[in-house]
Design a protein around this ligand. Structure first.
Ligand code: PMP
Length: 417
């Protein structure tokens, strides 16, 4: 056993028990081995109850209602903002903009800071391992502005080629964007170093934190990134909750993203002026209940401790990599060392199509994802059309990994027949 059920004071069996959906068994009495948290995580009872409680006891539109319910809803919504700020160690809750997800956070930066600050001929540096969410918005901006786009190469062992990054930085890019953790390879990129190098080259940085913030301690001040986007639904929170962190001085210099209620100071037929940050970026009625649910998810994760979360996943990833080595003709992509990767394991199994592998695993009540994982340029770099991906979180254990291995052997047996 690589992990024990009680590790550094965390009872991981109890943690698993906090997730109602994982308590179910299938017709054959098998529990669900949920290995798709990189796409979206499951939710603990505490988060589900926080959302339910909000709708049962507090539901009202926020900020302008002069009655108790509205004031309570506003207070809970703003408390969730403070919890999110605390979670990533932002200097101020004003640096936290509630959005729907990582995608919206990145588009917000592209359409506001980007449209104002990127011009014809400017260079935007992306990476070959970026999720389409951190690539397509920049392509759209580059097309609109006549800017150039260049992608940092990925090495054979699934890391960013930092020499190539330095070559691109020598061209003085306006912007450097990258994933903190790759959702396909699991690679943990040296985010602090990349941000430092980018800043030295005079660039602004956007970190896609979708796969890092839920899984390890992330301190935006230590990272010094200008913007970090992440999704609540990947960190035990509700779908529809997400966060864009931005340095206050940058946010304050940005025009609004969408126009409407809640984001203005004064409106006349002739024109409007904008509210302060972060209200300026939260036009219309926000997803109040979801934000409150995200606050509950933050509290839950802090209860476990993010260092413990990371340690649990590191140990389980190490165990999984070891067990997967036993499966013949299985190719795992990304760094070999569990220290250098988060709990995301992409692989191919001989020439069996990734979707067939996932379908057979599903028959074993093992849930994984198959496809290009919204990383088509990376798939091209790896020379594959698709991979099967198993991803881990707080509720996974060795049994889930063992079930994966059994399922893979069964897939091989079926295709060998
Ligand atoms: N970036 C990365 C690295 C991701 O893994 C994901 C989700 N697969 C996203 C961005 C997009 O997240 P969302 O769909 O929540 O906007």
């Amino acid at each position: 056993m690589v992990t024990t059920s009680i590790e550094k004071g965390v009872d991981w069996v109890r943690v698993r028990g906090d997730f109602p959906i994982l308590g179910a068994v299938d017709a054959q009495g098998r529990r669900l081995a949920f290995l798709d948290s990189a796409a979206s995580s499951q939710k603990p009872a505490r988060v589900i109850e926080a959302v339910e409680r909000y709708y049962r006891e507090t539901n009202a539109n926020i900020h302008r209602g002069v009655y108790d319910l509205s004031e309570r809803a506003t207070a809970q919504y703003e408390a969730a903002r403070h919890m999110a700020a605390d979670f990533v160690n932002a200097r101020s809750a004003r640096e936290i903009v509630f959005v729907r997800n990582t995608t919206e956070g990145i588009n917000l930066v592209a359409q506001t800071w980007g449209r104002r600050n990127v011009g014809a001929g400017d260079l935007i540096v992306v990476t070959t391992m970026d999720h389409h969410s951190n690539l397509v918005p920049w392509q759209m901006l580059a097309e609109e502005k006549g800017a150039r786009l260049a992608a940092v190469r990925v090495t054979d062992d699934g890391k960013l080629d930092l020499d190539h990054l330095k070559e691109l930085l020598a061209q003085g890019p306006r912007l450097v964007v990258f994933p903190h953790v790759s959702n396909s390879l699991g690679t943990i990129n040296p985010a602090k170093e990349i941000v430092r190098l980018a800043h030295e080259a005079g660039a602004v940085t956007v970190v896609d934190g979708a796969q890092s913030v839920p899984h390890m301690p992330v301190d935006v001040q230590a990272l010094d990134a200008d913007f970090v986007a992440f999704s609540g639904h990947k960190m035990l929170g509700p779908m529809g909750s997400g966060v864009l962190y931005g340095k206050l001085e940058l946010l304050e210099g940005m025009p609004p993203f969408m126009g409407g209620g809640g984001m203005i100071r004064k409106v006349s037929i002739e024109g409007s002026t904008w509210a302060d940050v972060p209200a300026r970026f939260e036009a219309g009625t926000p997803a109040v209940g979801d934000a409150i649910g995200l606050g509950a998810a933050v509290e839950y994760l802090q209860g476990i401790g993010m260092t413990n979360v990371r340690e649990h996943e590191r140990a389980l990833t190490g165990y999984a990599l070891e067990r997967l080595r036993e499966v013949p003709e299985l190719t795992v992509y990304g760094p070999e060392d569990a220290e250098e990767r988060a709990g995301v394991i992409s692989f191919t199994l001989g020439d069996i199509h990734a979707h067939d592998v996932a379908a057979i695993l599903n028959e074993e009540n093992v849930a994984v994802r198959a496809g290009h994982h919204c990383c088509q340029p990376l798939m091209e770099r790896l020379g594959v059309v698709a991979t099967t991906r198993a991803s881990l979180y707080v509720y996974n254990d060795e049994e889930d990994v063992d079930r994966l291995v059994v399922g893979l052997r069964r897939a091989q047996a079926i295709f060998a027949a």
